[in-house]
Every structure is written in structure tokens, then in C-alpha cells.
Design a protein around this ligand. Structure first.
Ligand SMILES: [Zn+2]
Length: 128
């Protein structure tokens, strides 16, 4: 996998041209707007929802990321406070999920679409 693909996933850019934004810019921490997706790429015209229910599989990507995040938080708590209580652990996990939810939501969709749509270069003509 090319490094520009990883960067485009992290930045939630179009998987085909790595230029257009998949989501509304600057709304990552807006609870009402972080999940709003652009219909298609403004640069190359790639549809971001090729078929209904396309992002069902992104739930499994999200599940994997959240599991890794939970294990990281659990290990960090075990190291920093070995005599932690269950309620402290659950509170920490809840706060961690809330903080990372918008980012994980977007990145799981970006990973999912990047699995099926490959990079074609920046200067491809619009497909629409
Ligand atoms: Zn594009």
C-alpha cells in the first residue's frame, strides 16, 4: 500500500484521486455534522456511495479499530493505576469512545472505500 493511500485514508480523501474530501471540511467535532458525507468527489467525480448500504462492512473496520483502542486504554490504565476499579475502566472506555467516535467513523469508511477503489492519479478526468 502506497504512503499516499494511508495519508488519504487518514485525511478522509477520495480513494481514486486523493484530492477531494469525503466529508464536510472542519466539521469533525460537530456532533450533528461529522457524519455528513459528500455525494461524490469534487475533484474527479467518484461517487462516495456506489450502492445503497455500501458502508455496512465499515462497521467491521470500526469494530477492529475500537477493539485496538480499548486494549490500548486498558493496558495504559493497568500500567498507570494497577489497582483500578471496574467503574473507572468503564468510564475511561466510554470517554475514549466519545472522543474518538467521529474520527473512527470517518476513517473506517475511508478504509472501506479504499479497499475497493484504487488510486488512479490526480489528473484523471471526471467520471460524471
Ligand atoms: Zn476524487
Amino acid at each position: 500500500m502506497r504512503s499516499s493511500t494511508l495519508k488519504s485514508i487518514y485525511q478522509c480523501k477520495c480513494p481514486r484521486c486523493h484530492k477531494g474530501d469525503m466529508f464536510l471540511r472542519g466539521k469533525l467535532f460537530n456532533p450533528a455534522k461529522f457524519s455528513i458525507m459528500n455525494k461524490s468527489c469534487a475533484h474527479c467525480g467518484q461517487s462516495f456511495e456506489p450502492e445503497p448500504g455500501y458502508y455496512f462492512g465499515a462497521m467491521f473496520v470500526s469494530y477492529g479499530i475500537n477493539t485496538a483502542l480499548f486494549i490500548t486504554a486498558w493496558v495504559a490504565l493497568s500500567v498507570l493505576k494497577p489497582d483500578y476499579s471496574l467503574s473507572l475502566l468503564l468510564s475511561l472506555l466510554g470517554i475514549t469512545v466519545l472522543i474518538f467516535l467521529p474520527f473512527i467513523y470517518r476513517v473506517s469508511r475511508a478504509i472501506w472505500i479504499a479497499i475497493f477503489i484504487s488510486y488512479k492519479g490526480e489528473d484523471i478526468p471526471s467520471s460524471s
